[in-house]
Structures are given as structure tokens and as C-alpha cells.
Design a protein around this ligand. Structure first.
Ligand SMILES: [Zn+2]
Ligand SMILES: [Zn+2]
Length: 451
């Protein structure tokens, strides 16, 4: 009998944190942080102190009080006695914080399994933003797609899937009383869709008893299905029509999006201007994925903001930025030849507009507009609009989701045909009942016993 406890990822998009007890093993599937984590009690500078560990989170019931799971350091002020851990491991699907965000709370002795690609991204981010890392001091066990990892009577078989980031995996878990499929986050409409197809093939072959299936886009209405190819075409069209500089904003780890924008830029005879952080990411991921070399690629330029000396001297910049000075571009060069460039930017980098003084420019927002919608983001949206209006910049949106469409989810479930379907990472679990006759809907904190 498989027993699954849902500490997150039930009735919500994100926050995956499932305890699987089966085959004599006790294993966590993902260990993420919910997107609304802390919203009820923390605000701006009102934040818990790191030194207090889990004390504050336990106070407000934000992290489950599970014994033998957290590190001694995290439990120091909580009143919960530290005992040796009893979990056999944590299996991570991909690096996004809603899947890894709480790893730093874990007891160091619990092995954390993740793909080489996942680790590479987390490690690169840790070097760039050490204060936000979700990599703790845990013993890491790295796998590649196709590996088999035994844990007591279970065998974990990770397989790569396509998502809005590289290094994403789904799992087939072989268990004595029935196999389990865990999709993680995946999509089927980008250039790497073959990876998701491979995973689905393996999942079908395993004839699973249970399937934990993500449902980010499982909504009551069918939505328009944009593909990565269409995003590329739209971006290319905007660059073609633009009479000035083109700015573009997208998630740094969305390498498929980088490739789409890079290709459109080069084909339109322009150069892509990235910042030093993006150059660092490209360089660090390059041996895993085929990516242009930020120092050698003639279609890339690396933007250096003016600092202390105002003369772009080495010592003005952080160590990791300095090597890129060899391929630098500055505000003055961009200002002179605005039509020659597409420039990677973001909300916090809008200040550069003052120095560049763009004319007849375009701004392609290539992320989910979700981050600009709603009451909370209203102010941000207004500020962005004010900047764009001030400089007479035209706004465009070109984006496709990192998650499978409703139709693709439906097809996937019908192919895999599990005995029991458990919707996760979705706000619309009831919708799954229209596709499958045996759906078990979990609630946060619930344990499902699956016979
Ligand atoms: Zn997710
Ligand atoms: Zn994700």
C-alpha cells in the first residue's frame, strides 16, 4: 500500500512537497516553497531572521512540524527536540523554487537526489545570488536521465522532460505493490518536446497504479495554445518592424526562450546585448547545452553599466564580471547605433534607459503576464508603463507557457492510463474528473492511502 502525505502542491500551483511511504521507504518528492509562502505574516522589511531557523515558521504553521526531518540548526529555538532523521531521501524534479525552496531546512544527513542539470543551474545561481540559494549542506546524489536509483524496495527512474528550464525530470517509481508516475512540471510544445515524449513512453510501459500529474493549465476553459515556435516568429516580426532599439525581458533560466530570441535577433541582422549575469549563466550551462559563447560569439555583446571610475576599469566590477570586459558594450555605443541591437533587460534595469535615451524603441515582455497582473503588482505595472510612456516605447507581449496545455495533459493521462490519478500543482483538481474515472483529490496536510 502506498501512502502519500501532501505538505504542499495540493490545490495550489507550486509548493510541491509530498511524502511517499511505500516499499519500506520514506521519501519526499520535491521539497518546494509555495508561491504565496509568508504572505499572511511577512511584508517588505517585516521578515523572519535566518538565525532563528524554523521558529517563526512553526509559530504560524507555515512549515509542517514533522519530527526527524529538519536539521539541528533549524530546530534550535523551536522546542522540537532534534532526533536523527528517518527519511530515506528527497527526489527533486527541477530547480524552480516551488520544487526546491525548502531544501535548506532539511537535516544534512538526508540524501537529496537531483539531476546533473538541476544541480548545475542551482549552483550557478548560488554563485550569483548566494542569499537566495535553496542548496543547503545536504549530501547530494546526482543522476542523469535513464539512471535507476534503488531506495529500499523502490526503484526511482528519472527521465528528462521539457519545461521552461533545462534540467527538468519526471519519475517512474517502481514499487512492489504498483508503480508510480510523478510528472513534475512539463510541457509538450517547445523544441525539446521529444524529452517529454520519452518520459511518457516510459510511464506508459510501467503500467502505473498511481499517477501524480501536474495541472497548472488544467482550467475549466480551453486556452489558446502558443508554442515556442510562435513566440520566436512573433519576436522576429517585432524586431523586423522596429525602427529603433528592441528591449526584451524574460526569465534567465528559460534557455529555450533565450534561443528563440537569439535566433530571431541574429536572423534580423542585429546583435543580442546581454548583461554580465546572463553571460555567466550561459558560460556555466554551456557544456550541458549547446549555447553561444559570450566571449567568442560575434552576435553577442555584454553590457557594462558605468561604475565608480566612469571609465569601465576592471576594478569597478565584481570578479565574475571582469573576463567579459573583453566583449563589452556600453551605453554610448548602444545609443549611437540603436537599430543594431536587441537588449536583454528587466524591471530593475530600467535606469539604463536614461543613459541610453532610446528613440522609437520596442519592449518585448516575454514572461508570464501574471507577474504584472493583480492588485499586488499594480504599482509595478504602473511604474513600467510610466517608463515606457516617458521614452515613447511600444510594449509587446510574446510568451508561451512552461506547462502542458489542457489538451496535452488530457492526451498524456489517456496514454499513461493509471489506476488512480492524483492531480497536483493545480488550482482545478476537479477538472481531472472529466478525463479519468478514478481521481483522488488531495488537500494540504492530507494523507492518501492508496490500496
Ligand atoms: Zn512548479
Ligand atoms: Zn517549474
Amino acid at each position: 500500500m502506498a501512502k502519500i502525505t501532501f505538505f504542499g502542491g495540493a490545490g495550489e500551483i507550486g509548493g510541491n512537497k509530498f511524502l511517499l511511504e511505500d516499499g519500506g521507504a520514506k521519501v519526499y518528492l520535491d521539497f518546494g516553497q509555495s508561491f504565496d509562502f509568508g504572505e499572511d505574516y511577512f511584508f517588505e522589511w517585516l521578515q523572519p531572521r535566518n538565525v532563528n531557523g524554523l521558529e517563526c515558521y512553526f509559530e504560524f504553521g507555515m512549515v509542517p512540524e514533522v519530527e526527524r526531518l529538519y536539521s539541528e540548526k533549524m530546530l534550535r529555538f523551536t522546542g522540537m527536540e532534534y532526533k536523527k532523521p528517518d527519511a530515506d531521501g528527497v527526489f527533486i524534479t527541477h530547480h524552480h523554487s516551488d520544487h526546491t525552496g525548502h531544501l535548506t531546512f532539511l537535516d544534512e544527513n538526508i540524501p537529496v537526489h537531483m539531476g546533473h542539470g538541476t544541480y548545475r543551474i542551482l549552483d550557478t545561481y548560488r554563485k550569483l545570488y548566494p542569499q537566495f540559494t535553496s542548496l543547503g549542506d545536504n549530501k547530494l546524489e546526482l543522476f542523469k536521465s535513464g539512471d535507476e536509483i534503488p531506495v529500499k524496495d523502490l526503484v526511482f527512474k528519472p527521465t528528462h522532460v521539457e519545461h521552461s528550464t533545462p534540467g527538468a525530470y519526471g519519475y517512474v517509481i517502481e514499487a512492489p505493490e504498483g508503480n508510480i508516475v510523478f510528472t513534475g512540471d512539463f510541457r509538450m510544445h517547445g523544441p525539446m518536446r521529444k524529452m517529454s515524449e520519452e518520459f511518457i513512453k516510459k510511464a506508459v510501459k510501467s503500467k502505473p497504479k498511481i499517477m501524480l500529474c501536474e495541472g497548472t493549465r488544467m482550467t475549466p476553459d480551453a486556452q489558446t495554445q502558443y508554442t515556442e515556435q510562435q513566440v520566436y516568429e512573433k519576436v522576429k516580426g517585432i524586431i523586423q518592424d522596429s525602427k529603433g532599439l528592441v528591449f526584451t525581458e524574460f526569465s534567465m533560466c528559460n534557455i529555450d526562450r533565450f534561443q528563440s530570441i537569439y535566433k530571431a535577433t541574429v536572423e534580423e541582422g542585429r546583435k543580442l546585448v546581454i548583461d554580465t549575469r546572463y553571460a555567466y549563466i550561459l558560460e556555466n550551462l554551456a557544456d550541458k547545452i549547446k549555447l553561444p559563447d559570450p566571449l567568442a560569439d560575434e552576435n553577442l555583446k555584454i553590457y557594462f553599466r558605468m561604475c565608480k571610475s566612469c571609465k569601465y576599469r576592471e576594478k569597478d566590477y565584481y570578479k565574475h564580471e571582469r573576463p567579459y570586459l573583453a566583449n563589452k558594450i556600453t551605453q554610448d555605443e548602444i545609443q549611437k547605433n540603436q537599430k543594431d541591437y536587441v537588449m536583454f533587460t528587466g524591471f530593475t534595469k530600467l535606469m539604463e534607459l536614461v543613459y541610453i535615451q532610446p528613440e522609437k524603441a520596442d519592449y518585448i515582455y516575454s514572461s508570464s503576464e501574471h507577474f504584472l497582473e493583480g492588485e499586488d503588482n499594480k504599482k509595478k505595472r504602473t511604474v513600467l508603463e510610466n517608463w515606457l510612456n516617458h521614452f515613447g516605447i511600444k510594449y509587446h507581449h510574446a510568451h508561451c507557457s512552461g506547462h502542458a496545455s489542457k489538451k496535452d495533459l488530457e492526451d498524456t493521462i489517456k496514454k499513461i492510463k493509471p489506476d488512480v490519478l492524483i492531480p497536483i500543482h493545480t488550482q482545478n483538481p476537479e477538472e481531472f474528473k472529466k478525463i479519468h474515472e478514478n481521481v483522488m483529490i488531495p488537500k494540504e496536510g492530507d494523507t492518501l492511502n492508496i490500496k
